[in-house]
Structures are given as C-alpha cells and as structure tokens.
Write a new protein. Structure first.
Length: 188
C-alpha cells in the first residue's frame, strides 16, 4: 500500500498570509520613518510658528493651501522615534522574509508511506525496522506525533502533523506505522 499526505491548502495560505502581513507591516514602519512622520514633523513645526504668532486663522489658511489637515499633529517625532520606525520595520521585514522562506521550503513537502518504509517530510526514507519509537503524547489533543528512528547509526525524529498534512491520509499513515510497531513487538 502506498500513501502520500501533502501539505493542506489552508496551511499554505495561513503561512503565506503571516509572511506577507509581516512584510507589509515592515513596509508601513519604513514609510512612517521615511515619509509619514517627517511630514507630520513639518506640519507640527509650521503649526507651532503660527501658534506662537497667535495666528491660528493663518494656520488654517496655510494648511488648506498645502492640502494638510487643519488639525495639528499631536507631537514632534524625535530622531530616536524615526530610528525606531526603521528598527521595527527591519525586524518585521526580516521575520516576514524568514517566514516566507520557510513557507517556500515547506509547501511541496509530503509524508509518504509504502510497504517498506515511511518517508519523512524532509525526504528521509525510514524503513519500518529502523523506527525506534512513536511519541503520541500530543496526538489526541493536537494531532502531533513524533516518529523516532535510527538509520545507519544516526538517530533522528520527525513530526507527523495532521493539520499541516492531509488529515485523513496522515491519520491512516500513522495507523499503519502503529500497526507495524505492534506487529514487530508481538513477534519479538
């Protein structure tokens, strides 16, 4: 029997949305630091000039001519405020790009099972005889199981996730692995 569980469309969409959301917010912070807040500072300084001259009517006229809101900005943004916008923009953009890279790496992965072995999402083929344990502690509550193995003296493990991969097929694959382990234990 051959089974293959692919990454679900909802998982792909969610991870892509998170990555794009972070990149977009990073861009928003860059915009504020480079354009939005410096423009607000310009409006604030000009408003203060009119306010000190006690000419609020002149401010209203000037703001209208410039196409600005007549409501003055609440504060003058400091150099540190502007630098903070760049720092937050950089952090969010980098996290978004890392998330996007992770998404791109994961979307074509699958969990496969054939008569001889299970193949991990990373592509490691693990013969049933090499499986050393199955962690099911989070299987019922979260749909996460851990397959532990040792191949050619190298120990490893991978996660079986019934949300990330097609649920029904993933559950069927895990049931087959459990059955193989039970059969091996009863034969010993």
């Amino acid at each position: 029997m051959t089974l293959e569980a692919r990454v679900t469309p909802i998982w792909k969409k969610q991870k892509l949305f998170v990555a794009l959301f972070m990149i977009a917010f990073g861009a928003y912070f860059f915009y504020d630091g480079a354009i939005g807040w410096p423009r607000a500072n310009e409006r604030y300084v000009k408003y203060q000039e009119y306010a000190q001259a006690n000419d609020i009517g002149g401010w209203a006229t000037y703001a209208k001519e410039k196409g600005w809101s007549q409501k003055p900005p609440e504060k003058l943004h400091s150099r540190q405020d502007l630098i903070g916008q760049y720092i937050f923009g950089t952090i969010l953009t980098l996290v978004g790009l890392v998330t996007l890279g992770y998404w791109a790496q994961q979307i074509r992965r699958s969990l496969r099972l054939d008569d001889e072995a299970i193949t991990s999402p990373a592509g490691t083929r693990v013969p049933f005889s090499s499986i050393t344990g199955l962690g099911l502690k989070k299987w019922e509550s979260k749909g996460l199981a851990t397959v532990r193995y040792e191949v050619n003296g190298r120990k490893g493990e991978f996660i079986v996730d019934d949300y990330k991969f097609d649920t029904d097929t993933t559950r069927e694959i895990l049931d087959c692995v459990k059955q193989r382990l039970e059969n091996r234990a009863s034969a010993s």
